[in-house]
Write a protein that binds this ligand. Structure first.
Ligand SMILES: NC(=O)C1=CN([C@@H]2O[C@H](COP(=O)(O)OP(=O)(O)OC[C@H]3O[C@@H](n4cnc5c(N)ncnc54)[C@H](OP(=O)(O)O)[C@@H]3O)[C@@H](O)[C@H]2O)[C@@H](O)CC1
Ligand SMILES: Nc1ncnc2c1ncn2[C@@H]1O[C@H](COP(=O)(O)OP(=O)(O)O)[C@@H](O)[C@H]1O
Ligand SMILES: [Mg+2]
Length: 283
């Protein structure tokens, strides 16, 4: 069995890079969030807002046409590109070079969305995180996994992981299958759960933050935004994944004594992110 490294405050401080005082929004990274479909524009709202609230200088969301007003009204700082199709993504196009892309929350698995995602993956050469339906599309088209750039981050919950690596009988078998998958395809797996494990080849980290309040709709979409933001701010993929998971859980840990577990939503996770980042400023 592989040794597991615990990722705690000391590890987070070692990887955290304070924002330089002479920076500007052009240096702080431009992230692209590809998310949403009719009925799930919330996933795009949450992930793009979390991305912005984690220090990214510029955030653009690529969404289906029906999400335009919702997104602009709820996140005025986020720029948008819209698909030509009303209810789902059918062709991912944009006119800038993103520093990082977060793809998948709420996009669904309609055939035209699958085609658009596969076309995008075949030519994407920037830092990339794939979540949710992005992973489900990958699982249905496993040939396309060879087109992923090294250190692409995959953020599956248990069911999404099973679709990618197949069933397991024990927790040890699940971990070994995930490690083998990470080694074979040279991807970083954020194996979401309680706790979350970050798997980079044979190296496994166990996160030490987070609580049951995160068992609420959209908390994974928020994680996608945080990690994509850190990637765009020039953290390398492993550091972005580790620090993102840590801050996401810490935000919930700071929030819960004030909100209680039942009241906590994914939006609260975003609202408390500032306090989570502040704990790294005070060393
Ligand atoms: N406001 C919005 O727009 C929102 C949009 N969203 C978007 O919706 C899309 C579908 O996402 P999804 O994850 O709900 O669907 P899906 O992959 O079928 O998984 C469901 C099944 O998986 C399991 N399962 C899940 N988590 C588990 C865990 N931690 N640990 C263990 N098992 C777990 C569980 O299976 P069961 O245990 O019931 O067998 C459950 O029934 C996706 O694109 C997402 O981004 C959501 O983010 C919500 C807010
Ligand atoms: N009981 C729990 N303890 C700690 N973290 C949890 C718990 N339940 C869920 N989480 C975290 O919440 C997030 C849920 O992600 P996901 O299932 O993708 O949600 P969604 O798709 O609704 O956004 C993951 O980061 C997971 O680790
Ligand atoms: Mg999810």
């Amino acid at each position: 069995m592989n040794t597991i490294k615990f990722f705690d405050r000391k590890e987070a401080l070692a990887r955290y890079k304070p924002v330089p005082c002479d920076t500007h929004k052009g240096i702080q990274g431009h992230a692209l969030i590809v998310a949403g479909s009719y009925g799930k524009i919330g996933a795009a709202v949450l992930s793009s807002r979390a991305c912005l609230k984690s220090g990214c200088g510029l955030v653009t969301a690529f969404i289906p046409k029906c999400g335009y007003q919702i997104l602009q009204a709820s996140n005025p700082e986020v720029m948008t590109y819209t698909d030509d199709v009303e209810k789902q993504i059918s062709d991912i196009h944009f006119m800038f070079k993103p520093d990082a892309v977060g793809l998948g929350p709420g996009i669904g698995t309609a055939m035209q969305t699958q085609k658009a995602v596969l076309k995008f993956l075949s030519k994407c050469n920037c830092k990339l995180l794939i979540d949710a339906d992005g992973l489900n599309i990958l699982a249905e088209n496993m040939d396309s996994i060879c087109s992923l750039k090294e250190n692409t981050i995959l953020t599956p919950h248990q069911k999404e992981l099973e679709r990618l690596i197949g069933e397991w009988e024990t927790e040890d078998e699940k971990m070994q299958k995930a490690i083998d998958f990470s080694l074979q395809h040279k991807v970083i797996i954020v194996m979401k759960g309680a706790p979350t494990h970050v798997i980079s080849g044979a190296t496994v980290y166990q996160n030490t933050t987070g609580n049951a309040a995160l068992a609420t709709a959209g908390s994974g979409d928020v994680l996608t935004g945080i990690i994509t933001s850190l990637l765009a701010q020039s953290y390398d993929a492993l550091d972005a994944a580790l620090l993102g998971v840590y801050l996401h859980g810490l935000s919930a840990d700071i929030a819960v004594p004030e909100t209680g577990t039942h009241f906590f939503t994914a939006s609260d996770c975003i609202d408390y992110l500032g306090k989570a980042f502040l704990t790294l400023e005070k060393s």
